[in-house]
Design a protein around this ligand. Structure first.
Ligand code: CA
Ligand code: CA
Length: 429
């Protein structure tokens, strides 16, 4: 089992190799980084899952780039990058195919899809992303970047990016098509039965993500401490949300607060929010075109020989998960959202077969996985729920892991490998 890790006491990145049989650490290598990328407070600079082709392992860190080892831990090559400029951290993992390691590098001012040769780590191609502006979306130089891992679908490497789903040809990295949609580009798409399923989530995509803000008079009544009739950055409370993650503890960074977007609301940049600036922000949120574009999308290949852009077959607009990837099994798509809300969808038609609460509350970052006729979902607090696959919502059991879990479990040869904050667990018969 290969893992990346980050020791926050000495701020060191590492690659580890453990015995699948016993969990013994076979080797561990520190990865030098001149600077550690900034990450969201719940995240880590070691979010990328290593990729292994049976001969070598390739790891990617937003802080310093890609590195490859043989299975004994001898370093084969390194592709250095500067620390990514992000707000929430990198998140993306490398994928290996056809002698290439493909990496989604998506940060402020530096965003491209990269293919390295797995033998030497040399650049085979590098394709700069193009910015798809949707509605009032931010200008390109302020783009935070997406977190998803590229996947292969039909002839393309597909990347779920902020405001677009893109298809690139593997041979030369040319963008073959782009499907614009208002999304933060966080979750990784999945393919099944010839279709592509993408959770296009954005912060204002559903009404319950956008709590009604107070009117300006109310804002002034509550917070205008110096009674000058407008609201300075200092006067705004730290916890007034403009966009919320309703099932997530606000202390875990669940909300986008008015304070966080203060300089955006303060459009004349005089250091204070007046009535018209506040109203303009309320109007922007209420009229956001993104509201109608957020959703779980089912795409199928184009039949048009002149335009390979996939066609949308159906879309589901509610209960969309932000971080976990959807799961396709046996003609069904399972989608997990914060609060442990699991939706099972008929993949062919897009109808909801059920929507239920797994039980454990709070945030969910790990993607659902399937094995042995079951579904496994695990909450950020480390509560694992086991459910039956199929058309009915049925909880079969729960396990408390006792530590936070952000990583998606892996199932190999009848064993479940599950990574918590401090441990790697293996479950089996
Ligand atoms: Ca004031
Ligand atoms: Ca102002």
């Amino acid at each position: 089992v290969f893992l990346t890790s980050f020791d926050d006491t000495n701020r060191t990145l590492e690659v580890l190799c453990l015995s699948r049989e016993s969990g013994t650490v076979k080797w561990r290598k520190p990865i030098a980084a001149a600077q550690i990328e900034p990450v969201h407070r719940v995240s880590s600079p070691a979010t990328g899952t290593p990729a292994c082709d049976g001969q070598r392992v390739v790891c990617y860190f937003g802080s310093c780039g890609a590195v490859s080892f043989d299975l004994e831990g001898n370093e084969l090559w390194r592709y250095e990058m500067p620390a990514a400029k992000t707000v929430n951290g990198t998140g993306s993992s490398p994928i290996l195919l056809g002698g290439r390691a493909v990496i989604n590098r998506d940060s402020q001012g530096e965003h491209y899809l990269l293919a390295l040769g797995t033998d030497k780590g040399d650049t085979l191609w590098k394709s700069d992303y193009q910015w798809a502006r949707i509605g009032f979306g931010p200008p390109p130089d302020t783009v935070i970047g997406g977190q998803s891992t590229p996947i292969v679908w039909n002839d393309w490497v597909v990347v779920h990016r902020p405001n677009a789903i893109d298809g690139y040809t593997l041979a030369d990295g040319k963008r073959a098509w782009t499907f614009p949609v208002a999304t933060t580009g966080c979750s990784t798409p999945v393919a099944g039965d010839g279709r592509l399923y993408v959770m296009a989530w954005n912060n204002v995509g559903e009404p319950d993500l956008v709590p009604p803000p107070p009117a300006f008079e109310e804002l002034v009544r509550r917070y205008d401490a110096d009674k000058n009739g407008d609201i300075s950055r200092e006067e705004l409370p730290a916890d007034l949300p403009f966009a919320a993650r309703p099932e997530v503890d606000a202390g875990l960074g669940g909300n986008i607060t008015a304070k966080f977007i203060f300089s955006f609301i303060d459009s004349d940049r005089n250091g204070a929010i007046n009535a018209s600036e506040w109203q303009a922000q309320i109007d922007r949120a209420a009229n956001a075109p993104t509201l109608s574009e957020h959703g779980l999308l089912a795409l199928e290949p184009s039949a048009d020989p002149m335009d390979s852009t996939p066609k949308q077959v159906w879309k589901l607009a509610t209960g969309i998960g932000e971080v976990p990837s959807p799961l396709f099994v046996d003609g069904r798509v399972y989608m997990l959202a914060n609060g442990g809300i699991l939706t099972c969808i008929d993949a062919a038609l897009g109808g909801i077969l059920y929507r239920g609460r797994c039980g454990p509350a709070g945030a969910y970052y790990a993607s659902p996985v399937a094995g042995d006729g079951k579904l496994l979902v695990v909450s950020a607090e480390g509560k694992l729920t086991i459910l039956a696959q199929g058309d009915e919502f049925k909880v079969l059991g729960r396990i408390e892991l006792g530590e936070p879990v952000l990583a998606t479990p892996a199932i190999v040869d009848g064993r479940l490998y599950l990574r918590t904050d401090r441990h790697l667990f293996a479950f089996g018969k």
